[in-house]
Design a protein around this ligand. Structure first.
Ligand SMILES: [Fe+2]
Length: 322
């Protein structure tokens, strides 16, 4: 469904969307016999406009529609670098490719997603670059990590700290919150587990950006219902990091999700998250070309001393922009 027609249809305003069923398992999917109550995908770096961008876009739509047909796919986040340093191909991408997606999707702004004078994220996609999406007991926060410059791909920033603080407060009653940011917030070599953080985080070009990004990281770390953060930008990385220097119980995972387009990087694919009725959740990186699940990890959904509700009334849920 075309994003604009989806928005106009009013589905985001509260009408229930029936959870898709599961007709057959993916070829190499051996992770769980449980049917998820909610299943979403995160994958960006399509870089529409360079390399074989039309082929990549067609593949992306086919892969995600196949996900929906198989185990179900309730939401997709196209996590930044959707186009490559251009402003005039968003409409083409939407009408010729993304309109073919059979599930709701949202676009996160990346550093290569240029906007010209008079053009805004909202005028292109129908919603702001900083946004909360609610789905029953879950919430998703996505935000602009290239603030303040829409025509320079070397601008790496934190989300607006005040906006992020307000957003986390607004979803504090949710069972689980997932955050989708194109650019990692910790600088290269910063404290992390299982190893220091990789290249291209905030601070890669401008050290002056680091303190604000660390402020936002501290907010994320102290919000008990934030269960995971997802990044793109680093095309080669499909693993996870934490902000600690050693394993910690309930440490928040920051998952890197490779790329769905572009020619640079060894890996291609996206990350899948499955949430089950008993409150457990797991995620894996998926290579759709070889139909292989990689780097499977559990996501800790239950906060200490809190009930964990991940069921949806009548097996349906509402998706609502906030
Ligand atoms: Fe990027």
């Amino acid at each position: 469904m075309n994003r604009k027609s989806f928005l106009k249809s009013g589905l985001l305003g509260g009408a229930g969307l029936l959870l898709p069923g599961s007709s057959s398992a993916n070829k190499n999917y051996k992770l769980s016999q449980n049917i998820p109550v909610f299943r979403f995908a995160v994958g960006g770096d399509l870089h529409y406009g360079i390399d074989e961008y039309q082929k990549h876009s067609e593949n992306l739509v086919n892969w995600l529609n196949r996900e929906k047909e198989n185990r179900g796919l309730d939401l997709y986040f196209l996590n930044g670098d959707i186009v490559h340093d251009i402003t005039d191909k968003y409409e083409e991408l939407q009408s010729e490719f993304l309109s073919g997606l059979s599930m709701p999707y949202f676009a996160t702004k990346g550093n290569h997603d240029y906007l010209e004078a008079g053009q805004t994220w909202e005028s292109v996609w129908g919603y702001a670059a900083n946004q909360i999406v609610e789905a029953g007991p879950l919430a998703f926060i996505f935000a602009d990590t290239s603030r303040g410059n829409d025509l320079d791909a070397s601008v790496y920033t934190s989300p607006d700290p005040q906006w992020m603080q307000n957003a986390l407060q607004a979803v504090s009653d949710k069972t689980a919150v997932f955050i989708v940011l194109h650019i990692a917030q910790r600088r290269e070599g910063g404290t992390g587990w299982p190893q220091p953080w990789p290249r291209f985080g905030v601070g890669h070009y401008e050290e002056s950006r680091i303190s604000e990004a660390e402020r936002v990281l501290a907010m994320i770390e102290s919000a008990p219902n934030v269960k995971a953060v997802f990044h793109g930008h680093n095309h080669n990385i499909i693993s996870s990091y934490t902000t600690h220097s050693a394993p910690q119980p309930n440490a928040k995972p920051y998952f890197f999700c490779s790329r769905v387009g572009h020619s640079w990087g060894n890996t291609i694919g996206y990350r899948i998250v499955e949430i089950y009725e008993n409150g457990s959740a797991r995620t894996y990186q998926y290579d759709p070309e070889s139909e292989t699940a990689l780097n499977t990890e559990l996501i800790e959904m239950k906060a200490p001393d809190q009930p964990c509700r991940t069921t949806f009334d009548n097996k349906s849920f509402d998706i609502r922009l906030v």
